[in-house]
Ligand binder design. Structure first.
Ligand SMILES: [Zn+2]
Length: 404
């Protein structure tokens, strides 16, 4: 996201834990106190507190890193049903930072004027800009969930049938992707989604915008979002090109110890019985974590990665036989976010080691390795044949030297 984000200026409340990283790692161990029964008539559902999720350290860390640095390029949660994947994503609601977003239906931004002049925005926004009035408002990042039965038209938008009937003119309706701009887009069971929809989402995610064309009508929308997907591998594979587009890959397993499972049950039970009181028990820590996310986003711009740390990491990626450049882009961006969450502005080898598994797993492609190796044989053969050819015609050798 751009550099127009608002910093949460609120002072964090006093807390025994020093950094966001420590919060994520330790608060889930805290014990719940006895809750009074029942409080009915809750107007809106309260999300389960993120920090109250037992265990699942890697999943929580990945989600927080995504909030701090959307450049990690998406998060994929892989695991069986009932491992709190959807709960964890929804529980991010209380941690979401503030962003600047366009106040206009057409999505005009001041940066459009800076790059494209006054004609790059709508007349209303041009007038506002000239009068020195802001084109943006400060708003919280939202969690947009893709419905399971979504059709391509819902995702990218389409012709507004009502406008077409009423006004006899064509108008393009904004789809879910346009609503997801500067937000989180969550797709549960991403491996069950139609290929055309997945492709549309991934293209928009990669370009940060997308264009809808319906006959003579077309419209381009901004779509810069952090994609979060979850999948149960028992229910179907994910195409390799889609997997490559997810920066972080988390393997979400069931809780291992009896004590953890029992405590997880107790918390869910407390939440179902008395959500308000249960959420209140974690509100102090959640406030600190929320302020820390905002501070870490701000700090991220100063976080640097030295050549001394980067070079051995690239060597490791090469040694693993990973071709996709997205491996180190994700790895370095995740490590920068991790350093920022820890209150530092320099990435260490330790930071890289901590986030490495979620960045580098499931990156190797046995097919590509075999394909490239086979291809190497062909390239060598071709070079030899071309060499023979030039030896037979020595006079032209200098000019016809093969360039492989
Ligand atoms: Zn406008």
């Amino acid at each position: 996201m751009s550099d127009t984000e608002e910093v949460n200026s609120k002072e964090p409340v006093a807390h025994p834990f020093r950094t966001l990283r420590e919060l994520v790692e330790h608060v889930s161990g805290k014990a719940l106190t006895e809750l009074p029964q029942e409080d009915s008539g809750l107007a809106e559902p309260l999300p389960f507190p993120f920090l109250a999720i037992i265990g699942q350290r890697e999943m929580k860390l990945a989600l927080v890193l995504g909030l701090i640095n959307p450049n990690i390029g998406g998060i994929l949660l892989i695991g069986p049903r009932g491992t709190a994947k959807t709960t964890a994503v929804r529980s991010l609601l209380d941690l979401l930072p503030q962003v600047e977003r366009s106040a206009c239906y057409y999505g005009c931004l001041p940066e459009d004027i800076e790059t494209g002049g006054m004609t790059a925005v709508c007349p209303d926004c041009a007038k506002k800009y000239a009068e020195g009035r802001p084109l943006t408002i400060t708003d919280r990042v939202r969690l947009v969930e893709l419905p399971l039965n979504a059709q391509l038209e819902d995702v990218v938008g389409g012709i507004d049938e009502r406008a077409a009937l009423l006004h006899e003119r064509m108008k393009v309706r904004r789809g879910i992707l346009a609503q997801a701009d500067r937000n989180l887009l969550y797709i549960d069971e991403v491996n069950l989604l139609e290929d055309a929809i997945v492709d549309a989402i991934l293209d928009a995610a990669a370009q940060g915008s997308y264009t809808v064309r319906r006959g003579p009508v077309s419209a381009t929308y901004r779509a810069r979002f952090l994609l979060i997907g979850s999948m149960n591998p028992e229910e179907g594979r994910l195409r390799p090109q889609i997997l490559d587009r997810f920066g972080l890959r988390v393997l979400v397993k069931g809780l291992e110890t009896q004590a953890e499972r029992l405590e997880a049950y107790r918390r869910v039970q407390a939440y179902l019985t008395n959500p308000r009181s249960m959420v209140a028990q974690f509100s102090a820590e959640m406030q600190v974590a929320s302020a820390e996310v905002a501070a870490a986003r701000q700090r991220l711009r100063q976080v640097t990665l030295s050549d001394e740390v980067a070079n051995p990491a690239i060597a490791l990626v090469q040694k693993m036989g990973i071709d996709s450049l997205r491996a180190e882009i994700t790895w370095f961006e995740a490590a920068r976010a991790y350093a920022a969450a820890d209150g530092r502005t320099d990435v260490t080898l330790e930071d890289l080691k901590t986030v490495a598994p979620m960045c580098l797993r499931l990156r190797r492609s046995p097919f590509m390795t075999e394909y490239i190796n086979n291809q190497k044989g062909e390239e060598t053969e071709l070079a030899e044949l071309l060499d023979e050819l030039s030896q037979k015609t020595p006079a032209r050798r200098a000019r016809k030297k093969p360039r492989i």
